[in-house]
Design a protein around this ligand. Structure first.
Ligand SMILES: CCCCCCCC/C=C\CCCCCCCC(=O)OC[C@H](COP(=O)(O)O[C@@H]1[C@H](O)[C@H](OP(=O)(O)O)[C@@H](O)[C@H](O)[C@H]1O)OC(=O)CCCCCCC/C=C\CCCCCCCC
Ligand SMILES: Nc1ccn([C@@H]2O[C@H](COP(=O)(O)O)[C@@H](O)[C@H]2O)c(=O)n1
Ligand code: MG
Ligand code: MG
Length: 205
């Protein structure tokens, strides 16, 4: 799944996004601007729509906005200057966006009387941030960490499909998706720690 998303699906999406990115570059817009504006749009969608239970419009705004995460990298490559600060900004804004989506959804679930789903959402939030942290820390220690059943694209797709099915009236679709997400994200934390353990165990710090 990870390979399909990061290679085939990504190549398909790039055919649409690359011309958009080239057009933005020609009009003087930078990759960093797209990173920040895209994140701002996700946060606004989560804060103003998801917290009020406007899940249809929240899903539309957030889905469109998360694709700017693929657009910024395309723009940086078009300009011939993908850079390390851009990579840091991109990854940091991913954490802000993920925190806003899951935090605002957990808030709405809690205040609308769905504490069990809210719990799954909070577990997913903490585990999702930990997944990314383990990778960043591992890479800082010189290990590779390109593993996991629930990397970011998979997490967003599970949540998006669950929300969409729930909006179409499928009972418990969102609750089930959130518990699948909670289980998959916790499992991925373990997968990543295990993978890095094999590389670093026994090495002096
Ligand atoms: C209540 C409201 C809920 C709203 C839910 C939102 C729903 C969104 C629905 C669909 C989204 C589709 C996925 C879009 C992918 C967005 C971009 C993305 O996240 O790509 C991630 C990945 C690599 O990105 P980066 O290098 O920029 O980021 C890395 C990442 O953050 C790592 O995180 P980690 O995995 O470790 O947690 C960091 O560690 C790393 O530092 C950082 O660099 O991109 C890809 O792998 C390839 C992209 C795949 C393209 C997917 C195309 C999917 C096309 C169609 C999907 C249809 C799904 C239908 C959904 C229905 C809902 C409408
Ligand atoms: N503002 C930015 C954003 C990204 N980059 C570069 O793109 C890589 C990520 O590509 P995505 O398609 O996954 O967004 C990132 O590692 C940077 O090299 C950038 O330079 N500036
Ligand atoms: Mg990006
Ligand atoms: Mg990103």
């Amino acid at each position: 799944m990870a390979k399909f998303l990061s290679v085939s699906a990504r190549a398909g999406v790039a055919k649409v996004l690359d011309p958009v990115g080239a057009w933005l570059v020609r009009h003087g817009i930078s990759a960093n601007t797209v990173t920040l504006v895209g994140t701002g749009a996700v946060v606004a969608g989560a804060a103003f729509l998801v917290t009020r239970g406007e899940l249809l419009w929240g899903l539309v705004v957030i889905t469109v906005s998360v694709f700017t995460d693929l657009l910024d990298g395309s723009m940086a490559r078009t300009q011939g200057k993908p850079n390390r600060f851009g990579a840091l900004l991109d990854s940091t804004m991913d954490r802000v966006a993920d925190g806003a989506i899951l935090g605002c959804l957990a808030y709405w679930l809690a205040v609308s009387g769905q504490p069990v789903s809210a719990t799954a959402c909070v577990i997913s939030l903490v585990a999702a941030q930990t997944i990314s942290y383990v990778k960043a820390r591992a890479e800082g220690l010189g290990a590779s960490c390109e593993v996991g059943v629930a990397e970011r694209a998979e997490r967003l797709i599970i949540l998006g499909v669950g929300t969409l099915l729930w909006l179409f009236g499928v009972p418990y679709a969102l609750a089930i998706a959130l518990w699948i997400l909670a289980a998959a994200t916790v499992f991925t934390v373990g997968q990543r720690i295990w993978h890095v353990r094999g590389q670093l165990n026994g090495e002096a710090s």
